[in-house]
Design a binder for this molecule. Structure first.
Ligand SMILES: [Zn+2]
Length: 136
């Protein structure tokens, strides 16, 4: 049976192909679903400085914003980190903060779809997975 976020997770997995992972062998992919029903995806964009690396979630949010879409309803993330393809990919603290800020701008909660490479996933509200957001 098809799940509500299967297409979003498939877009995040497809984004792994074009992830620019530089020296790292791990690829990350993310896909954003907007209120209008559009999906914007990206892989990570590695920087030799590491500090300047754009995480897939950050790049996917920027991809949506570049198209004038700021009302985000869900974001899916996936990575190649687990060779068994079982573990769900969780956004890092920085990305959770950025997703939280998108929620504050958009006004409606954002579902975070944490997926594995089999296309399986768990769903949490951003407010469930960020403990002490700023601004509060
Ligand atoms: Zn991140």
């Amino acid at each position: 049976m098809k799940g509500l976020y299967d297409d979003l997770v498939a877009a995040a997995i497809a984004a792994l192909k074009n992830a620019y992972c530089g020296a790292s062998s791990t690829r990350f992919g993310a896909a954003v679903l907007t209120e209008s029903g559009n999906i914007y995806s990206s892989g990570q964009y590695f920087s030799e400085t590491y500090t300047l690396t754009l995480h897939a979630e950050q790049a996917a949010l920027a991809h949506a914003a570049a198209h004038g879409e700021h009302k985000i309803t869900a974001i899916a993330c996936v990575s190649t980190e687990d060779s068994d393809k079982e573990k769900y990919c969780h956004p890092c603290g920085v990305c959770k903060q950025l997703i939280y800020e998108s929620y504050r701008k958009g006004g409606a909660t954002i579902k975070v779809i944490m997926a594995n490479l089999k296309g399986e996933y768990e769903i949490k509200d951003i407010n469930e997975i960020i403990s002490h957001p700023w601004p509060y």
